[in-house]
Design a protein around this ligand. Structure first.
Ligand code: EPZ
Length: 420
């Protein structure tokens, strides 16, 4: 296994290109199941999660090739419908093959996705939405067994205890596009990745309105055709580099980053005193003065993203004053707190709230990556800690960040990947 060695103290300067969105790539790749025609997806990031989804599609009878950031999906066997435990258990996002398999092949057997370090990952909303479409769904031997011969449009409410669900919205959307009649999804997720999925489906011939709002309307069509489509940039990768620039007091241009998809983070960092400017093809981020502490609560989009909570906490650990970060989406998503504390951070955990007292400087230490975004927070802390930080188990980072250490190194960070 590889590890990262980081020597803190270098300011990040220069330009970094933001790649395609991981959380768009997974549902859009799954959506290619909805047609037997050739689909070409561009701006696909090189990530292990993308590799896992390609493996699942191959097992489902698709012939998939990836050349740099272009993925071509052809059909070879269209009768397969099983997504097996040994692959699905490595990536929760695999659950989004359920909807297109039911929509196109009218049956699916998908392993129940495991939980992960950020807390329980229920799928009750996925099951409720699909059952409301008339899908016969039962759980047997750790598998979801779905039969969709009787699928038809319906009005569905998809709000849960924590609000809307991104992948439940994706699954119901993909099951409904070929279902007879009209479907209305109330309390749908509004994430940009859902808008991107709807854009791809509409280019394939689907009839969808309202994507990006809490109410999505779908009129079922008989068939979808192949097409070529380019993904949106990854807003969480962009947000991570924005926070890396802030914590190192740097000056960085985030090429291809979408300003409009990051308004909650930009609002908070501007309040803290960071200089952030919208540019034609990206975002300019400049540290010009000491930052102020801020209070953040995570919410579903367009609220502050839970996927940037850990990285924001890393910044607040070295921001003078008292900050409060509250996690409303995954109340247990604080595995990074103990590791940051090992680096000298002063953080008090009170249920879903964390109170952070900024310190002058963190100190480098051997730490362990865990959740994808918690690992990114440790990288940010390492960029400013005194001395050397060694981050092990960085396969977590490789799931969601394309060439992280190379991009940071090109920006001036003292970071290298070594064999453990
Ligand atoms: C997506 O996961 C993202 N993953 C996650 O990013 C992200 O953290 C999450 O949305 C929230 O924004 C992908 O898109 C592949 P949810 P998803 O269903 O769709 C509860 C990353 O680091 N819930 O929107 O699985 C759930 O427990 C990953 O890139 C139910 O109660 O998340 C959570 O509290 C981590 N019942 C809340 O809803 C359900 O049936 C939001 O979860 C489904 C979810």
């Amino acid at each position: 296994m590889d590890k990262l060695l980081i020597r803190g103290g270098k300011k990040l300067k220069g330009s970094v290109t933001i790649t395609g969105a991981k959380n768009a790539a997974l549902p859009l790749l799954a959506a290619t199941i909805l047609t037997d025609d050739v689909c070409v997806l561009k701006n696909i990031p090189t990530l292990t999660d993308v590799g896992t989804m390609i493996k699942i599609l191959t097992r489902l009878g698709k012939n998939v090739t990836k050349e740099n950031d272009v993925v071509t999906v052809r059909s070879s066997n269209t009768n397969k419908y099983k997504a097996l435990y040994e692959i699905v258990s490595t990536m929760r996002g695999s659950i989004c093959v359920l909807g297109p398999l039911i929509g196109k092949r009218k049956k699916a057997e998908v392993s129940f996705p495991g939980g992960c370090v950020i807390g329980p990952r229920p799928i009750d909303l996925h099951l409720k939405g699909l059952r409301d479409l008339g899908v016969n769904l039962k759980v047997k031997g750790g598998y979801l067994i779905a039969r969709g011969e009787k699928i038809r449009g319906n009005r569905i409410y998809l709000g849960g205890h924590f609000g809307s669900s991104v992948l439940a919205t994706a699954n119901v959307l993909m099951a409904a596009v070929l279902a007879r009649g009209k479907t209305i999804i109330e309390n749908a997720a509004c994430e940009p990745e859902i808008v991107d999925l709807a854009g791809f489906l509409k280019k394939m011939g689907a009839m969808i309105r309202g994507e990006g709002s809490h109410r999505i309307e779908i009129s079922g069509v008989k068939k979808l055709h192949g097409c070529t489509y380019s993904l949106i940039p990854d807003r969480i990768e962009a947000g991570t580099y924005m926070l890396a620039t802030a914590i190192t007091k740097g000056n960085v241009f985030l090429k291809n980053a979408s300003y409009d998809n990051l308004l909650a983070l930009i609002d908070k960092l501007t309040e803290a005193g960071l200089n952030i400017e919208r540019r034609k093809n990206g975002i300019r981020v400049r540290y010009t003065k000491p930052l102020r502490p801020i209070d953040v609560t995570t919410f579903a989009y367009p609220g502050f993203p839970t996927d940037l909570q850990a990285q924001m906490m890393a910044l607040m650990t070295v921001t003078e004053g008292i900050s409060v970060i509250t996690e409303k989406i995954y109340p247990e998503r604080f595995i990074h707190v103990s590791e940051l504390s090992r680096m000298g951070a002063q953080i008090v955990l009170e249920g879903p709230n964390t109170i952070i007292k900024g310190v002058k400087r963190l100190s480098g230490a051997p730490v362990m990556a865990s959740d994808l975004r918690a690992s990114a927070a440790l990288v940010l802390a390492g960029l400013v800690a005194k001395g050397e930080t060694e981050i092990s188990r960085i396969y977590h980072l490789d799931r969601g960040y394309d060439n992280l250490e190379k991009k940071l190194s090109r920006l001036g960070a003292d970071i290298k990947r070594v064999k453990e």
